[in-house]
Design a protein around this ligand. Structure first.
Ligand code: F6R
Length: 596
């Protein structure tokens, strides 16, 4: 998974491309490169982050170019394997996001035809394919070249004697930004918000030619396609750090307003249009990866509580290869990016099985939105930090509302109960703000425990998935080995790992499992583990059991995952900061996983 950008206009392309590319760094950051068409085709690439490229590259002239930031899949993260790639004659430069699955076959044929390769990547074959298909028209050459490619891709190509970019996609995102006397292409709208909010989303199989004053889209058969551009509501400010040291911290602090925005117009009245008019379902299956999977696990408790519909949750990469049982569930695909390959494949599998599908997605116009029957947008705004925070919380909000709709439609949720749920949802921004106000206390806890090598997170019932999410955040950004467990499982194995060097974070809000949780805290304390408990304000009993207690305002347990997870996000953030980790860009991972 990588990020690509392109510019065609009257200004110097080089600084614009680098600036746009930096906004895509969350997609990968092990190497980067740029190609600009001026008097000649100038190409420069480098191992490392975009800042390294920026520091080393020569000045390039010209108002046309493409650039790339890479997250290695095929070939090591070296300068040779960085994009763009040129063909043998240095006439064409190309960048790619995706995987060419038949590249070995293609490479053998191209080698036999005398082409010379300079890298280990799958991508380089495309530069040579364009070279061999070119008969005077770059768009036609790209159309013929992609016809020979299997796999996933967004490609962008420039030619040394051309005046535009030709780009195409299959399953990898590609958007065209429309400016005045200049046009852009990118993997994601956030790269372009500084310059325009008028976007044209390119569909699978389409090829687009972008010059400074024209944008032409053709379908796979070569027929011109006309489509109205979208006006994206996100602003540049949404996509910048706004004074915070890290995107992750900014995004954690944006959660009260993200929740508020996600509710707006959706819970105005009891008689509002159903969020998702679905008909009745006898079961629901939620399918997702990573943090979105954890949101799905919380969603199971919410849907079963509010709608009384049996709900299962499966990781996308497992669901897509599982056998189809004799049931017809509503399939809910949860994905921030809307581009995660396994979740996309799961959506297709669900449709193949004849199931109704609904996606909970954050990125407008993202690939999954074209694969499903219905889309619920989370309205979290752009999330740049690799660690998902505000998108998790808004996914939960979407799941509460979905559960309310399902409950209303299946008549398991009374008007009175629904009114109470709406009231609780409206109070969530304040509950989250209360946790944010405790940041100094959470920071102090992180200072106390940041040197730990291992850390365990335990919870029960609806807060069990929140323990998993706390562990994921911690391992992902602080590199402390974090493990989450249902507290009841401790004695079935994990207790063997407990020691005085492995703090345990215990979510101990007052619900029907509270007494059992106190028992679990005693079990770990007895074995010498320091315990950090998260409980409701006023619960002084917890202080007898735990070494440290973090209090959150009391709310009905069904809604407690929202403030609890915010406390865990802040805790992992400060742990990572104390340990000097690159918080927004943790090693080895990228935000959008378009490989399986
Ligand atoms: C962790 C994280 C990942 C994503 C996962 C799914 O902080 O961000 O685990 O949740 O890669 O991504 P989406 O939601 O885009 O499908």
């Amino acid at each position: 998974m990588c990020g690509i950008v392109g510019y065609a206009g009257q200004r110097r392309a080089q600084p614009i491309l680098i600036d746009c590319l930096k906004r895509l760094e969350y997609r990968g950051y092990d190497s980067a490169g740029i190609a600009v068409v001026g008097k000649d085709l100038q190409l420069f690439k480098s191992e490392g982050e975009i800042a390294v490229l920026e520091g080393k590259m020569p000045e390039m002239d010209g108002g046309l170019g493409i650039a790339h930031t890479r997250w290695a899949t095929q070939g090591k993260p070296t300068t040779e394997n960085a994009h763009p790639f040129a063909d043998c004659s240095n006439r064409f430069a190309i960048v790619h996001n995706g995987i060419i699955s038949n590249f070995m076959d293609l490479k053998d044929k191209l080698l036999a035809d005398g082409h010379v390769f300079s890298s280990e990547t799958d991508t380089e074959v495309f530069a040579h394919l364009v070279e061999s298909e070119f008969e005077g028209d770059l768009l036609e050459a790209v159309r013929s070249a992609v016809a020979r490619v299997e796999g996933t891709y967004a490609f962008a190509v420039v030619a040394k004697d051309g005046d535009g970019i030709v780009a195409t996609r299959r399953e990898s995102p590609l958007v065209v930004g429309l400016g005045n006397g200049e046009n852009f292409i990118a993997s994601d709208v956030t790269a372009l918000l500084k310059h325009t909010n008028k976007m044209l989303f390119i569909e699978d199989g389409e090829v687009v030619r972008v010059t400074k004053d024209s944008v032409t889209v053709v379908d796979a058969a070569g027929n011109e396609v006309r489509r109205e551009p979208h006006k994206v509501a996100w602003t540049l400010e949404d996509a910048e750090k706004g004074g915070y040291p890290h995107f992750m911290l900014k995004e954690i602090y944006e959660q009260p307003s993200a929740i508020h925005d996600s509710l707006l117009g959706r819970v105005e009245s009891l008689d509002a249009e159903p969020f998702f008019s679905s008909g009745a379902f006898s079961s629901v299956k939620i399918v997702a990866c990573g943090t979105s999977y954890h949101a799905g696990l919380v969603g199971k408790y919410i849907i079963e509580e509010l709608a009384k519909i049996p709900t299962t949750v499966q990781i996308s990469s497992e669901y897509r290869y599982s056998s189809a049982p004799r049931e017809n569930p509503l399939i809910v695909l949860v994905t921030q990016s809307g581009e995660t390959l396994d979740t996309m494949a799961a959506a297709r599998e669900a449709r193949r099985r004849g199931n109704r599908t609904v996606a909970i997605a954050n990125v407008m116009g993202s690939a999954i939105t074209r694969e499903v029957d219905h889309v619920i947008y989370t309205r979290a705004g752009p999330e740049i930090g690799v660690a998902a925070t505000k998108t998790f919380v808004t996914q939960l909000v979407a799941l509460y509302i979905l559960a309310m709709d399902l409950g209303t439609q299946s008549r398991t949720l009374s008007a009175l109960a629904k009114r109470a749920v709406i009231g609780q949802l409206r109070s969530l921004p304040r509950a989250v703000q209360d946790v944010l106000n405790k940041a100094p206390e959470i920071e102090a806890l992180a200072k106390k425990y940041h040197a730990s090598r291992d850390m365990f997170f335990i919870g029960r019932n609806i807060n069990y998935p929140v323990a998993l999410e706390g562990a994921l955040k911690t391992k992902e950004i602080s590199y402390i080995h974090g493990e989450g467990f249902p507290a009841g499982e401790l004695k079935h194995g994990p207790l063997a790992l407990i020691s005085k060097d492995s703090p345990v974070v215990a979510i101990a809000v007052k619900d029907h499992t509270y007494g059992k949780m106190l028992g679990n805290i005693s079990e770990v304390s007895a074995r010498g583990s320091p315990v950090i408990a998260i409980g409701f304000e006023g619960d002084t009993e917890l202080e007898k059991y735990a070494d440290d207690v973090l209090y959150i305002r009391e709310i009905p347990p069904l809604f407690s995952p929202v403030p609890v997870v915010v406390a865990l996000q802040l805790f992992s953030y400060y742990l990572a900061r104390e340990r000097g980790c690159p918080i927004d860009k943790p090693r080895n991972i990228a935000k959008t996983v378009t490989v399986d």
